[in-house]
Design a protein around this ligand. Structure first.
Ligand code: DX5
Ligand code: ZN
Length: 227
C-alpha cells in the first residue's frame, strides 16, 4: 500500500489557512498535521485547540495533532473536544504515557507516541501494544524547514521490521525535512504516513506540489508491488 501524505500547517500562511488546507486536500493529502508547541518542551510557541476546531469546519480530512508540549495530560481533552482524530505525544514529555495514550483511545481518537531523533527504539517496548501509530522525528522538534537527519532513516527501517513482527496493525509516521526530492527514498524505508510542511506550504503551488509528492508515493508502491 502506498504511503500517504500529511501536510503540516506549521509552514502555512495563517491568513488564508482554510483555503490553503483545502488546496492540499484537493492535491491528494490524506490528513492534516497540526504542530502544537508550548515554548517549554520545544523553543517555539504555535497552535492551540482553537485552530484545530476552526480547521474541523473547513476539511473532512483527519486532523493529526502532534503535541510538543511539556504536560500533555493537561491539554489533551481540549484537542479531542476540538475534533482531533489522531493525537501524538512525546515519550520524552509524557510522565504517565500509558494513561495518556489510553485516554486518547477512550475518547475515540487514534493514539500515537513520538520519539525524538536521539531517543532509542527501546523506549517503545512497554507501550507499543497500546498505540495506533509511532511518529519518528527526523528533525529536532521546534521548527519547520530543517534538514532531515539521515540516521533516522535507518531507525525507521529497524522499526518497520519490529512492527511487522510484533505489532503489524501499528502504523509508522515520520516528521521533518521531507521534500519533493527525498519523499520516495523516505517512503522506501517502510513509512506509512509522511509529514511534510515547508515543501508543500512554502512551494507557491500547494496543490501541484501535493499532487507531485502523492504521485511519487503511488509510483513507488507500484514499483514495490511489481518487483
Ligand atoms: C517540527 C514539526 C514538523 C514540521 C515539519 O517540530 O513537528 O511537523 O512542521 O516541517 P518540514 O517538513 O518543513 O520539516
Ligand atoms: Zn510535527
Amino acid at each position: 500500500m502506498a504511503a500517504v501524505l500529511a501536510p503540516s500547517i506549521l509552514a502555512a500562511n495563517f491568513a488564508p489557512l482554510g483555503a490553503d488546507v483545502q488546496e492540499t486536500e484537493a492535491g491528494g493529502a490524506a490528513m492534516i498535521h497540526i504542530d502544537v508547541m508550548d515554548g517549554h518542551f520545544v523553543p517555539n510557541i504555535t497552535i492551540g485547540a482553537g485552530v484545530t476546531a476552526a480547521l474541523r469546519e473547513v476539511t473532512k480530512l483527519p486532523l493529526d495533532c502532534h503535541l510538543m508540549i511539556a504536560d500533555p495530560d493537561r491539554h489533551l481533552d481540549h484537542f479531542l473536544d476540538a475534533g482531533a482524530d489522531m493525537v501524538s505525544v512525546h515519550v520524552e514529555a509524557a510522565t504517565h504515557l500509558h494513561r495518556t495514550v489510553n485516554r486518547i483511545r477512550e475518547r475515540g481518537a487514534k493514539a500515537g507516541v513520538v520519539l525524538n531523533p536521539a531517543t532509542p527504539l527501546s523506549a517503545l517496548d512497554a507501550i507499543l501494544q497500546e498505540v495506533d501509530f509511532v511518529l519518528l522525528m527526523s528533525v529536532n522538534p521546534g521548527f519547520g524547514g530543517q534538514k532531515l537527519i539521515p540516521s533516522v532513516l535507518q531507525k525507521a527501517r529497524t522499526l518497520r521490521r519490529k512492527l511487522d513482527h510484533e505489532a503489524p496493525e501499528v502504523r509508522l509516521e515520520i516528521d521533518g525535512g521531507v521534500t519533493v526530492d527525498n519523499v520516495a527514498d523516505v517512503a522506501a524505508c517502510g513509512i506509512d504516513m509522511i509529514v511534510t510542511g515547508s515543501a508543500v506550504f512554502g512551494s507557491g503551488d500547494i496543490r501541484g506540489t501535493t499532487e507531485r509528492m502523492v504521485r511519487q508515493l503511488a509510483e513507488l508502491a507500484e514499483r514495490e508491488r511489481t518487483c
